[in-house]
Design a binder for this molecule. Structure first.
Ligand code: G6P
Length: 481
């Protein structure tokens, strides 16, 4: 590990890839958190001299940088007010709904914006501190969109990449944001800005052109220097994220997981059709639309609880944000009503689980499920769809996938596409999935597996970092603009 000279690769993300807990004597311990991003980046981080700057997830947790799994972890401290204004407020009650087609109304508060700026500066300062001269810094997601510009001001020698994990909205929606120009300027501090879909990259380029007047040519935005001459170029392209597909494939083939899948089915009374939904409990995921369609199918008699059941895993998320609290009440009310009406002793219509589960249990659930329902109203990518595919080495199962996911752009044809706003259309597709002929399942699943196993998360990070590294290194004396 380098000392003063710094790290060659610095990742900056809202969350650190570890969970902290306070031990019996008040001492801090940490465990690896199994997020997708860390799986993607760990090999490159260990190969390079890698540091990861992020928040611990708890208030006021101040900790010196420390080494873990071959990388330096650099905790950024947030106090309770900052968590409320920067994380729950501006990130998750302003940007999140705005970037997801305003499914919930975004709140615009100046105090939240001030906190967002201050916290972004703290992340940028920490990254600038750790980066070696000419290092690559990779900034992640909507919580940190000002960091690229702040970092360039501090350290013009760096190569800076940014990846947006969520959708980037059309300019007609983005323009609502009172600080739209500052966000665009923040992102344009990067050399490479990555998105999930071509459409997201195009939305960004269009917003940048409209709001700054800078020249754009295809995916390249040219930022003028101090004299108005063409200066830096910023590239905006799509890099659809993936999962560690081989790890999931291997996990799902283990005898333990296979046995657990059978056990799950048996515990549910061996229904002919087990349908599964797996989501963070988030209003973007279309959970209510899905449950409504399912309830109507029971109503219509097209499905019945003796032969079909729905397992809905809804992992707790952002529980201090109002829209999430309302959603939980709605979903739980709906599940209760449908179960009350259609459930029988020994046969629930919907098994609702407000928990998160380790990958082994998820793999077993995917294997047990005849149909996976992904009905997001808007979703950057949706990795649950890819996990389901990676788990199905038996080439069985049907994937119902919303048109409004990044995964639909990437995986079609193969999934059964749905518009979750069209309840009747979705009901027909759910029935088609439940009754799909095994040969048709195999034909579709084979195609999906080829894609997901080839384009895994290691390839994603290599591709992004490859393009970023081809940006010519800049000496310290160059005008930072
Ligand atoms: C999405 C975002 C991530 C975020 C995750 C969980 O996938 O793109 O940046 O970390 O949701 O949300 P949370 O607010 O718990 O970090």
């Amino acid at each position: 590990m380098p000392g003063k000279e710094g790290y060659d690769l610095v990742v900056v993300a809202n969350r650190l890839p570890v969970d902290f807990s306070v031990g019996p004597d008040g001492d801090l311990t940490w465990q690896r958190s199994p997020g997708g991003l860390v799986t993607a980046l760990e090999p490159v981080m260990q190969g390079a001299e890698g540091a990861w700057v992020g928040w611990s997830g708890a208030p006021d947790l101040a900790h010196e940088p420390f080494e873990a799994d071959g990388m330096l972890l650099v905790p950024v401290t947030l106090n309770a007010v900052e968590i409320e204004r920067y994380y729950e407020g501006f990130s998750n009650a302003t940007l999140w709904p705005l970037y997801h087609d305003v499914i919930a109304p975004p709140d615009y508060h100046r105090q939240w914006w001030d906190a967002y700026r201050r916290v972004n500066q703290r992340f940028a300062d920490a990254a600038a501190e750790e980066a070696a001269e000419g290092a690559v810094v990779w900034v992640h997601d909507y919580q940190l969109q000002l960091v690229p510009r702040m970092l360039r001001d501090l350290r013009p020698d760096l190569r800076i990449g940014f990846f947006d994990h969520i959708p980037f909205p059309p300019v007609e929606l983005f323009a609502q944001l009172p600080w739209r120009r500052q966000i665009i300027d923040g992102l344009l501090g990067a050399d490479l800005v990555g998105f999930q879909r071509n459409g997201d990259a195009a939305n960004f380029v269009r917003s940048a052109r409209r709001l700054t007047g800078y020249t754009t040519r295809g995916p390249v935005i040219t930022i003028p220097d101090a004299d108005g001459r063409p200066g830096r170029h910023v590239r905006a392209s799509s890099f659809p994220i993936s999962i560690d597909s081989h790890r999931f494939d291997t996990l799902a083939r283990t005898p333990e997981v296979q046995a657990r899948a059978k056990e799950i089915k048996a515990d549910l009374g061996n229904p002919a059709t087990l349908m599964l939904g797996v989501d963070r409990l988030d209003y973007t995921k279309g959970i209510r639309h899905r449950i409504k369609a399912y309830g109507e199918l029971l109503d219509d008699g097209r499905l019945d609880v003796e032969h079909a059941t729905l397992v809905q895993v809804a992992s707790p998320s952002r529980e201090n944000v109002g829209a999430y609290q309302e959603l939980r009440e709605h979903v739980e009310g709906l599940v209760g009503r449908i179960n009350g009406e259609y459930g029988e002793l020994g046969h629930s219509a919907i098994h609702y689980l407000h928990h998160s589960y380790p990958p082994e249990e998820m793999a077993a659930l995917y294997l047990a499920a005849d149909v996976l329902l992904v009905t997001s109203l808007r979703d950057g990518m949706n990795l649950v769809a890819k996990e389901y595919i990676a788990a199905r080495s038996d080439e069985r199962g049907a994937l119902v996938l919303s048109e409004f996911t990044g995964a639909a752009d990437e995986l079609s044809p193969g999934p059964l596409l749905v518009n979750p706003h069209d309840i009747d259309g979705m009901k027909d597709i759910i029935v088609a999935a439940a009754t799909m002929d095994p040969r048709e399942q195999r034909r579709r699943m084979r195609r999906l597996r080829r894609k997901v196993l080839a384009d895994d998360v290691a390839k994603w990070s290599e591709t992004f970092l490859g393009v970023l590294s081809s940006v010519p290194a800049r000496p310290l004396t160059v005008d930072p603009r």
